[in-house]
Every structure is written in structure tokens, then in C-alpha cells.
Write a new protein. Structure first.
Ligand code: FCB
Length: 444
């Protein structure tokens, strides 16, 4: 493995609903995911996050695992329904105490905590009032950010506002695959604006609480046309606009990209009010990049979205069926650098990893060679990007441990640590030792 800069951050990432469990403890209110999981057919095999990896009770053990791994950064998310159960008003003491202890525990171990304020678990009460289709939710999110920062900002240097707002708009409000399961197709567009506005208002609240480093995490994917026909090239361009520009241009360029290829005119964004883009484009200090694979697209004339996804032949696939294309990560990082040039802040890879068909051997070990190959290829791809001048400051594996993978329930395992969901026993996989050795070698 080539050498990374000495101060490069090495870490892992998780999120609250996927690992915490304890959904009805210490004053936590219901989130949209608690509700969605009860909807028949929404989640594979009816799995729920009620217990998940029981991290709410086992966090000291999980910090110990991170210490063994030797990471320098841990990205987790704060559950809004735990710290501000009604989505407004005063904080919930026991909920805030949980993150307080977690932060102290990490710092005592020499690990920098990197909280994300929103990794998809919206308080159900706010969804009942319109969720991300309502401008009010942006305001509420700003207030919640201030409340969380008041408690933790003295010890937490870098904060991430939103996780993958594109997925929220697309999966949660357009296609109905994620909570709250709305199927509005292009009418989901206001959720993009209100999330971005929420990001801007949260940024202001974090600054007011003294936070020095604010970031947002987007998921990006190089958009490959299926053929070089004009139609497929246009389809790929339309997808690129939706996934790679819609949630980045307003922040870094203070303007929405041209959405006309998607059949969206000015009226499609008539929720944008004077002054909103100034709030949204407040300077940020880092861009979080989640990358899993490229997307290949062909034209689909006459449909509300002018593209459809095509398989990417010729590459290995993960257990999820996602193609393994490490060079896509280098391509993406160069694209961001070329596209945003001077206004691109330093980049952190805030998620990258794969699900694998992990098998526990007779001796209790889990030899996850496909995951090692995936991580090895992608970490090298990050190095290639750094060599070509992209300012990448850190790399965080998704995920520390197996967890609740949204609509897939517990069927997709992404962890460096295997979790037996019957006993909650944690067993580091071969990839854990591999990543530990890599970090140790980089740090000597
Ligand atoms: C990302 C999510 C994360 C996890 C990975 C596999 O889109 O941010 O929570 O589910 O995918």
C-alpha cells in the first residue's frame, strides 16, 4: 500500500438507527424508521431496528473494538428522536447524556468523534407535519443542530449536517423504498430544497455554538452512458445532474443546476425563497463523499425520469449485487475537483465498503477476502486521486460492524466486525485485522 499523508484520518462509520436499538428507552420518541419497519412488506423478512446491534448498551465494548483497530476518526450519527423527542423544544437529558458519554469515551481512547446530525431517523412527529416536504422541518433541523452542539461542541471539532440527502429525496420521498415511504416521483423535489435549507440553517447554528469545521455528506456516483448514442449520453447527464450536482451546486456555487433535461422548469423549485441560497451556500470546511459504485444509464423516453439503470458487466459484484469498480472512485474525485475547482473544500471519504456473504467457519473465524479486496482497491484509488492533486484528508470504512441495512434488514453485512444478532456477540473478521495492520503501517 502506498504511503498516505501523515495526518490522513483513518476511520469507520456507523449510524444511529442501524446500530443503536433501544428504540423505546430513556425518552426516545418514534422515528420514521420505527413506523416504516412496521409496515408489512417494507423491510425484508419484517426485520426492524428495535434491537439492531444493541450499541446503546454495548458502546463501551464497541469503543474497545475501535481502539483495537487503531482508528483516528469515528463517524456516528445522533438520533434526533433521542435528543429532542418532539423535534422541537427542550432537549432530552438522558438522550444527550448518551452521546456525551460516547464522545468522552472516544476522546479518552484518542479517537476523534465525527457526528452526523441526520442519518435518516426523523422524529415521526415531524413527518406527521409534512416531514422534509415542509419548510418548517428545515427550521426545526437548525434548532436541533444548535441544541446538540451546545452539549458537544466543546469537544467535537467536525460536524456533518446531513447524510446523503439525494437518497432521502429519491428513496424516501420519490420511490417509497425508504421511510417514510412516499412515492411522489418528481414531486419529491421540495425535499431536496428543504434538506439543503436545513443544512444551511444547521451550519449557522453550529457556527453560533463555536463549531470550526462543518461538512455535509453526499453520495456520488460516476454516471456512465450505456452506449455512446446521443440519447444514452443525455440520460447519463440527467442522472449526473440529479445525483452529483443537485445537492452540491447550491452549496458550493449558490445556484441550482439546470434541471430542464429532467423536465423540471423554474416552477419545479418554486419553494425556493429569496435569501435561501445565501443560507445554503454558507462556507463549509469539508465535503463528505460516500462512494460505492458507478451507475450505468440508458435513455428511457416518455418516462417521468428520462433514464434507467443498466448492469455494469465485466466487474465482480458484492453480495448486494453492486459492481466493484475502484477506479470509479478516482474518477469521481477527479470529477469533483475539475467541476468545482477552487470552491471544492477538502474531501473526506465518509463511507466506502461492501456487503459480503460472510461465513462463520468451524473455528469461529470469518475470512472475508472479498471485503479485503474491495477495501484494498478503493484505498489505492483514493491514493491515486491524491497523487493527481485532489485534496482528500481521510477515509472511513462503512462499517465498523454488521448492522440494520435499511430495507434489506440484517441480510447485508457491511461490517469489519461480525455481529451475531441472536447473541450480540461481536467477532472481528479478517478484514478487521487487515485494516488494523494497514493503519498501523501508515502511522509508523
Ligand atoms: C449508504 C448509507 C449507509 C449504508 C450504506 C450501505 O447509502 O448512508 O447508511 O446503508 O449505504
Amino acid at each position: 500500500m502506498p504511503r498516505f499523508p501523515a495526518d490522513f484520518a483513518w476511520g469507520v462509520a456507523t449510524s444511529s438507527y442501524q446500530i443503536e436499538g433501544a428504540v423505546a428507552e430513556d425518552g426516545r420518541s418514534e422515528s420514521i424508521w420505527d413506523t416504516f419497519c412496521r409496515k408489512p412488506g417494507a423491510i425484508r423478512d419484517g426485520h426492524t431496528g428495535d434491537v439492531a446491534a444493541d450499541h446503546y448498551h454495548r458502546w463501551p465494548q464497541d469503543i474497545k473494538l475501535m481502539a483495537d483497530l487503531g482508528i483516528t476518526s469515528y463517524r456516528f450519527s445522533i438520533a434526533w428522536p433521542r435528543v429532542q423527542p418532539h423535534g422541537r423544544g427542550p432537549g432530552n437529558g438522558p438522550g444527550l447524556d448518551f452521546y456525551d458519554r460516547l464522545v468522552d469515551g472516544l476522546l479518552a481512547t484518542g479517537i476523534t468523534p465525527v457526528p452526523t446530525l441526520y442519518h435518516w431517523d426523523l422524529p415521526q412527529e415531524l413527518e406527521d407535519e409534512g416531514g422534509w416536504l415542509s419548510r418548517q422541518t428545515a427550521q426545526r433541523f437548525g434548532d436541533y443542530a444548535g441544541l446538540a452542539a451546545q452539549r458537544l461542541a466543546d469537544r467535537v471539532p467536525m460536524w456533518i449536517t446531513l447524510n446523503e440527502p439525494f437518497v432521502v429525496t429519491a428513496f424516501a420521498y420519490a420511490l417509497g423504498i425508504h421511510a417514510p415511504g412516499q412515492t411522489l416521483m418528481l414531486d419529491a423535489l421540495p425535499t431536496a430544497h428543504y434538506q439543503l435549507l436545513g443544512h444551511g440553517l444547521a451550519t449557522a447554528a453550529l457556527r453560533a455554538a463555536g463549531v470550526r469545521q462543518v461538512a455535509i455528506t453526499n453520495n456520488y456516483s460516476p454516471a456512465w452512458p450505456a452506449t455512446d448514442s446521443e440519447q444514452d449520453v443525455a440520460a447519463a447527464r440527467a442522472f449526473d445532474t440529479l445525483q452529483n450536482k443537485l445537492f452540491t451546486d447550491p452549496i458550493l456555487r449558490r445556484a441550482y443546476p439546470d434541471l430542464s433535461a429532467l423536465g423540471i422548469g423554474e416552477a419545479g423549485l418554486d419553494c425556493v425563497q429569496d435569501g435561501d441560497l445565501a443560507v445554503i451556500s454558507a462556507p463549509i470546511d469539508a465535503l463528505g463523499v460516500n462512494y460505492y459504485s458507478p451507475t450505468r444509464l440508458s435513455a428511457l423516453p416518455g418516462s417521468p425520469l428520462p433514464f434507467q439503470m443498466e448492469p455494469i458487466p465485466g466487474y465482480p459484484v458484492t453480495a448486494f449485487g453492486w459492481p466493484v469498480v475502484p477506479a470509479g472512485l478516482t474518477e469521481l474525485l477527479r470529477l469533483l475537483r475539475d467541476r468545482y475547482a477552487d470552491v471544492l473544500p477538502p474531501v473526506y471519504i465518509t463511507e466506502n465498503g461492501c456487503s459480503a456473504d460472510d461465513k462463520v467457519a468451524g473455528d469461529g473465524t470469518i475470512d472475508d477476502q472479498p471485503r479485503i479486496r474491495y477495501l484494498d482497491g478503493h484505498i489505492r484509488a483514493v491514493h491515486d486521486a491524491i497523487v493527481s492533486g485532489v485534496d482528500v484528508r481521510g477515509y472511513l470504512v462503512w462499517s465498523l460492524m454488521d448492522n440494520f441495512e435499511w430495507s434489506e434488514g440484517y441480510h447485508q453485512r457491511f461490517g469489519l466486525v461480525y455481529v451475531d444478532f441472536g447473541t450480540q456477540q461481536r467477532t472481528p473478521k479478517s478484514s478487521f485485522a487487515w485494516y488494523r495492520d494497514l493503519i498501523a503501517a501508515q502511522r509508523t
